[in-house]
Design a protein around this ligand. Sequence first.
Ligand code: ME8
Length: 542
Amino acid sequence: MPESRSSFYLTTPIYYVNDAPHIGHAYTTVAADVLTRWHRQRQEQVWFLTGTDEHGQKVMRTAESHGVTPQEWADRLVESQWQPVLQTLDVANDDFIRTTQERHTTRVQSFIQDLHDKGEIYAGSYEGPYCVGCEEYKLPGELLDGTGEYEGQKVCPIHGKPVEMLSEQNYFFRMSAYTERLLEFYEANPTFVQPASARNEVLAFVRQGLQDLSISRNTFDWGIPIPWDATHVLYVWFDALLNYATAVGLGSDDPEEKARFERVWPADVHLVGKDILRFHAVIWPAMLMAAGLPLPGQVFAHGWLLVGGEKMSKSKLTGIAPSQIIDTFGSDAFRYYFLRAIVFGQDGSFSWEDLHARYTAELANGFGNLASRVTAMIAKNFGGSLPEAGPLTPAEEALAEVAARAVADAEAAIDRLALHEAIGAVWTLVDATNLYLTEQEPWKVAKAPGEVGEDGLGVAGGRLATILVTAAEALRSLAVLLHPVTPKAAQQLWAALGAEAALGALAAQPVADAGRFGVLPAGTAVTKGASLFPRIEEPAEQ
Ligand code: ME8
């Protein structure tokens, strides 16, 4: 690929393999996929990384409770769950990192050895409340008083479960030394932490002053051994955060890997849920500063997916597997629904009723029906060959303007990671095209008696051709703009429009040109394909 193309490197969190993926994990991964597909559609050089976090006590205890080794457990979950779910969600990641892979463990060891050599790490002792769910020492002030079965105990504010008092001799990273440098960095880079609520939280936290961070454990051995003291393993978060750099070649001697690191580092966006904001916006940049490496462009923390008003998690028994939705509604609808219905960056509620209502109104009746009506009318009235448009009226010009504005607005929204706004902007074109057809009434024009010309269509036919060509151009725009969001439906529409043969692959269509009308050549073979979003009965209580 030419080096002149700008590069875009985006990551998701690497997920713990203690359990199977639920729709909360799928939400982050799908958002990352839509963003990277959009950047690819801009013809940028994109790298999209996801993967699994396999060390630490949480995974170790789950494996123990199933009577297998942590490695066996991780292998089983990755192969049966975490990798297959990417196909289920139609996700096109470039790499999948597992923290038990040698490419990761050896590079992590060189990284920490280097910090140790630089005097950034020292031996000390620590005592404090630890939450295994978060894999994090908590500050006493953060804890809540337990209720019900946890009455009288202190519980983690995120997991609602009791913390454990730990007292250890271990190694520490001099994170306190980075308080001022981090504050200066946030000041100089106002969009480093987004959205604004996340930035404010991070600023308030760091302004209190940072403590040194315990980065090793010697009470269990499921982790990466500390190179200068094999009786300790590395703290799982220090290990996990490094995946973003090891996966793209940090510390590798291989020329190809080195070249990749040069090309894609630093990451442009680390997409995370707000539960793990501080690790990414505080610890991670401090680690990179200590190592003298460039810092990422942005940490974006999205909100929590709520089911029945509560953060969804398996432990609260509200965990829903992505396949439960996708088996009925399909992967396109899953992707569309979660990114359109929830303001990206805020909490949002999932309900089957809302999913079904949006599917029916927006995908089946709004977009799908538009695509079938237009392609069916071209097939019926013009034998499936796109006619030549006649003179344009203000109505056609207005629709072309809506398309151009939809592209500009969606592009701007994508740059702010306002995915819901980007899809909303594209939908202005779906709605405007439906309105255009309602006003122009092509079904009446088709029947109107007109002066019949040599083409057999005459005045009425000429106007009908103009309307349907204009609507087909709107559909072509929509196929390009929706390719990142609903890739299967967009591809199906692209094929039905005959655009694959006339204009080439959908993925090769630059998004910047998507709003320009008059692109499909006359004579393009249009077919009425299968329905993009068939109607679905309201699902029974799940
Ligand atoms: O934290 N709503 O892994 P994890 C929205 N291994 N997003 C949700 C969600 C919900 N209800 N539940 C989970 C870890 N997520 C670490 C990460 S990265 C170096 C290490 C998503 O399996 C969201 O992205 O607990 C959240 O941050 C992530 O899953 C946590 O996944």
